[in-house]
Write a protein of this length. Sequence first.
Length: 323
Amino acid sequence: MTQETLKELPKIELHCHLDGSLSRPFIEKRLGRTVRPEELSVSENCTSLNEYLEKFDLPGRCIMDEEGLSGAAYDLLSQMNEENVCYAEIRFAPLLSETKKMDSRKVIEAVISGMEQGKKDFGIEYGVIVCAMRHHSTEDNMRMIKTAREYLGSGVCAADLAGAEALYPMSEFMDIFTETKKMGMPFTLHAGECGNPQNVIDSINVGAGRIGHGIAMRGNQEIRKMAKKAGIGIEMCPISNLQTKSVNNMAEYPMREFLDAGLKVSVNTDNRTVSNTSLTKELEFIQKNYGIRDEEILQMMKNAIDTAFADDSIKDKICKMLK
């Protein structure tokens, strides 16, 4: 497909972080100053995940009140509208925006408010994914998830676990997500981004509907079989994963391997601004570097809507757009 065809293609995005995807004009307006591109985006020679994470400081300051949160949500859907994203699941960590004046409930409501306005103006269907953070206490994470559960089907679509995977393995969070499952709350889990395959195994066993990144399954046929049997989605974020050194080089990236194994792979941006990317750019990238065929791009969009945390009426609507 040409760049123009890819841009016009109805697209689904399942793995996009709100704070890592705010536009420079929005951040400049919130901070009241000019912001250089290099303050927000990593360079091509980014050396590590730690360097990558440094870029979240400025956008984080922009979402510490209700106006910032709702504005950020609207800003992101506005960007997605420019490249014909028709369904998006946007994730963020409510606990990171809590203040003395604003608890998780107000944080979540502010984001939903911005998303609703974006849906009204741009026609993009959405779901909000709330991220528990690995460095937060079990008590705080459960408090947030229980609050978010009240909004399930009314803006919120699922939960997630994000943060420093290498420091906090999935084994420490099995109880939280066993409880989350009992509450009837779907979830995706960041797992296998740092190279530990056990985190992927634990995520599948605890009942994750999708895995974020999942790179640690590379070369491991048994785990790939587990993931395929469970029918879970694999949210791949190629440009981000190369920038954070989830793989050593482009040749090691397992996009082709996962597709050939029959996994339900989707393509995502992870962080549009930090990675200086878009869904169109990601699709161009995998076409050029991994020989992804036109029909495989369409299949990945179908995989995305198949594994989305959306109700059937929305899935039917999006499927018709893909035909």
